[in-house]
Design a binder for this molecule. Structure first.
Ligand SMILES: *[C@@H]1O[C@H](CO)[C@@H](O)[C@H](O)[C@H]1NC(C)=O
Ligand SMILES: *[C@@H]1O[C@H](CO)[C@@H](O)[C@H](O)[C@H]1NC(C)=O
Ligand SMILES: *[C@@H]1O[C@H](CO)[C@@H](O)[C@H](O)[C@H]1NC(C)=O
Ligand SMILES: *[C@@H]1O[C@H](CO)[C@@H](O)[C@H](O)[C@H]1NC(C)=O
Ligand SMILES: *[C@@H]1O[C@H](CO)[C@@H](O)[C@H](O)[C@H]1NC(C)=O
Ligand SMILES: *[C@@H]1O[C@H](CO)[C@@H](O)[C@H](O)[C@H]1NC(C)=O
Ligand SMILES: *[C@@H]1O[C@H](CO)[C@@H](O)[C@H](O)[C@H]1NC(C)=O
Ligand SMILES: *[C@@H]1O[C@H](CO)[C@@H](O)[C@H](O)[C@H]1NC(C)=O
Ligand SMILES: *[C@@H]1O[C@H](CO)[C@@H](O)[C@H](O)[C@H]1NC(C)=O
Ligand SMILES: *[C@@H]1O[C@H](CO)[C@@H](O)[C@H](O)[C@H]1NC(C)=O
Ligand SMILES: *[C@@H]1O[C@H](CO)[C@@H](O)[C@H](O)[C@H]1NC(C)=O
Ligand SMILES: *[C@@H]1O[C@H](CO)[C@@H](O)[C@H](O)[C@H]1NC(C)=O
Length: 589
């Protein structure tokens, strides 16, 4: 358990105890108090979103089939939703934590997420999904371990380390939001954070004094699983560890064919596990670097994350220049070829004992095709907005899934076009009509001059192809029909396309969005609505008892007893509460 408060640990044992008796799937419990703290990751004091007083938040550590319960208390001065990025929420888009499925948690309220991490393993992260809050933090890692009975395709690593990298502004999210609302670009970030900390002072001109940097302590000779996620706003980052090979082993829930990389491009929203063997002589510490990609590096020098890899027998500090980034200024295929080299290990087991490749996606017939084309931001009705296929998404006041459930009409239109709209762009709540059990092909066409990533909730999709230029029917001839990786966040190079295949077997309403936070905030998203015509709890769980109501349904919302939701607990009352819980759990037994 990565949490700092003793309460979650305590609940965890109680839950284990209960579980032993009822023989269901185990529970893991977390209490998240989300609040502002003042921190100075880049040397400038600023408002940062913390969880239980920490930035980044605790890593959620779960195992396939666990029931994960997270009681989120909103101590911000604005609404909040927590999104568990890459967690598939089988049969339960109610728990996805995005505006299309959940009403936001009002300030001072709490809301308990409860979901089962089914048929999944791997490395993911969570973050606050609305109001541009991710730019102020509030994020943390999310691990799903294999069940003991499922072998992993490598020796058990000595340690498991989560590394969150991301670009960062010294302005808080409210200030950044104001800039975007005023129709302006955010400009160059002020730095790159590694686990919430600024750069090690590798160069006295570029890094000011007094910055707290991340140090990762390791033992010589041991192999560690290092899980790296780009949790940032909009910058693609090249990740590397001086003198160490990164043996790629997993990405977003799929085991990869294991290959060594000296560095890997990690785009916004993507996660990778590397196996790193501490095979160097520890003559000094080593640099861990996350540097921006596809930018003018002489202008962006300050925007570099630097942490330290410290062997227990290290003989001194890291010094000298950082390890070089890829030298591919004139080779735009380098990064794309690296992306294409990431393959699925089809003979490894994932969450289930059968090999990952036993689901032969290449032999399934596609039932529906969508070409989603983005553009650089443009003016719509006097506002600077972003679009997908000519539509800038407007979030409804009543979440789409709740509107369906309680038969509120006119909230959205099920008319998202299969091919980009010609003519003037529009602002709409337009949703994709997904066919339950269909097999959807989505071509993401990036007409912007920036790198983009797209994420879909509810599924892992197969990445089958990417190339520069406009996608055509002939492009299908280049698809990888055998070992394309199944993942949740796809990169799409500027002026290029990426094709993904999605098996629509998860009923619900699922967010499909730009992971670039500016583009997402300005409307580059939609939802895919997947309905089983035969309503049954077997394919979708009922609306949770604690569902929040808003918009046209706000009359259904009972007021929350805030005094109960946010107990101000001293040590004495904590003890009392604990005793109460013990008595309560004994009663349950
Ligand atoms: C956020 O930034 C704005 C603009 O700089 C500032 O006015 C505001 O006080 C900041 N909020 C907090 C809580 O620091
Ligand atoms: C996750 O929890 C398991 C025990 O349930 C533990 O063995 C493992 O070390 C934990 N992993 C991390 C990264 O904390
Ligand atoms: C808020 O937290 C309390 C316990 O602290 C819990 O009993 C209650 O169910 C939570 N409310 C919701 C809506 O999840
Ligand atoms: C793929 O997984 C299998 C089964 O665990 C393993 O034996 C093999 O080494 C892996 N192959 C590669 C290339 O990583
Ligand atoms: C530090 O960075 C500056 C600016 O790029 C550069 O001119 C200088 O050579 C660097 N110093 C060292 C010691 O590398
Ligand atoms: C990766 O590099 C390590 C050395 O760092 C080496 O021992 C290992 O054999 C390499 N693995 C592969 C699959 O190339
Ligand atoms: C340690 O390794 C570095 C880089 O591989 C090398 O330059 C150095 O000579 C080695 N030092 C010792 C004491 O072996
Ligand atoms: C990068 O920026 C520097 C400084 O403004 C400029 O001199 C240089 O021409 C730029 N390089 C490229 C490739 O645009
Ligand atoms: C896929 O479509 C082809 C022809 O379009 C058809 O012959 C084949 O039976 C279909 N396969 C499946 C699994 O439905
Ligand atoms: C949505 O798709 C289903 C088939 O999956 C079809 O029956 C229905 O008419 C479609 N709805 C709309 C509004 O197009
Ligand atoms: C954007 O689309 C237009 C029209 O299809 C095309 O001419 C242009 O080259 C595209 N630009 C990029 C960067 O893809
Ligand atoms: C689904 O479950 C809910 C609550 O457990 C129950 O009220 C409802 O009748 C069930 N619906 C079906 C179709 O089984």
């Amino acid at each position: 358990m990565g949490s700092c408060s003793f309460l979650p640990v305590f609940f965890f044992y109680i839950a284990l105890l209960i579980n032993l008796c009822v023989a269901g799937d185990p529970f893991v419990n977390y209490d998240f108090e989300v609040s502002y703290i003042t921190a100075s990751p880049l040397g400038v004091p600023q408002q940062v979103i913390a969880i239980n007083g920490h930035f980044p938040g605790p890593t959620i550590n779960s195992t396939t089939n666990n029931n994960v319960v997270i009681n989120v208390r909103n101590k911000l001065d604005e609404e909040l939703l927590m999104h568990w990025s890459g967690i598939q929420q089988r049969r339960s888009s109610w728990q996805d934590g995005v505006l299309g499925t959940n009403c936001p948690i009002p300030p001072k309220w709490n809301w308990t997420y409860q979901f089962q991490v089914k048929d999944q393993i791997g490395s993911f992260f969570y973050f606050p999904s609305i109001n541009f809050q991710r730019a102020s933090g509030g994020y943390g890692g999310f691990i799903i371990n294999n069940r003991d009975i499922i072998p992993i395709p490598f020796d058990t690593p000595y340690g498991d380390i989560t590394v969150l990298i991301g670009d960062w502004y010294t302005q808080n999210h409210t200030a950044l939001r104001k800039t975007l609302n005023a129709g302006k670009d955010l400009g160059m970030p002020d730095g790159v954070l590694i686990n919430g900390k600024g750069p090690y002072k590798y160069n006295a001109t570029l890094v000011p004094d007094g910055i707290d940097y991340e140090t990762i302590e390791v033992y010589p000779g041991k192999t560690y699983r290092i899980r790296v996620s780009n949790v940032g706003i909009s910058t693609s980052l090249n990740f590397r560890i001086q003198n160490h090979n990164l043996l790629l082993a997993e990405t977003e829930g799929s085991y990869t064919v294991q290959q060594n990389y000296t560095s890997l491009d990690i785009h916004v929203g993507q996660s990778y596990s590397f196996l790193v063997t501490m095979d160097q002589n520890a003559s000094s510490d080593y640099y861990i670097v996350a540097s921006p990609r596809f930018v003018n590096e002489s202008l962006w020098q300050r925007v570099t994350g630097v942490a330290i890899l410290h062997y227990s027998n290290s003989k001194g500090k890291a010094s000298g220049p950082l390890p070089d980034p890829p030298n591919d200024q004139y080779d735009k295929t380098f990064s794309m070829n690296q992306a294409r080299s990431i393959r699925w290990n089809v003979s490894a087991s994932g969450a289930r004992p059968n090999p990952q490749g036993s689901f032969r996606y290449g032999s399934i017939n596609v039932t529906e095709v969508y070409v989603l084309k983005n553009k650089a931001p443009e003016m719509i009705n006097g506002k600077r907005r972003t679009t997908l296929s000519g539509i800038s998404f407007v979030n409804p006041n009543t979440p789409i899934r709740l509107a369906d459930q309680f038969k509120v009409n006119g909230v959205y239109k099920l008319d998202f076009p299969n091919t980009p709209l010609a003519g003037a762009p529009r602002m709409e709540t337009s949703v994709i009509n997904g066919t339950y059990k269909g097999f959807m092909e989505v071509i993401l066409q990036n007409n912007d001059t920036k790198m983009h990533t797209y994420h879909m909730s509810g599924y892992a999709f197969f990445m089958v192809g990417m190339d520069y230029g406009e996608w055509t029917e002939n492009s299908r001839g280049t698809y990888n029909k055998w070992d394309g990786i199944a993942r949740t966040t796809a990169q799409v190079f500027p002026g290029a396309w990426t094709a993904i295949l999605i098996s629509l077997d998860n009923v619900g309403v699922w967010n499909l969005r730009a992971e670039n936070l500016d583009s997402w905030y300005l409307g580059q998203e939609t939802y895919v609505r997947v309905i089983n015509p035969e309503a049954t709890n077997k394919t979708e769980l009922p609306v949770p008892d604690n569902a929040l109501f808003c918009g046209a349904l706000s009359k259904m919302q009972k007021p929350q007893d805030i005094s109960l939701a946010t107990p101000i607990m001293g040590n004495a009352s904590k003890l009392f509460f604990t005793l109460l819980m013990i008595i309560y759990s004994l009663m349950l037994l």
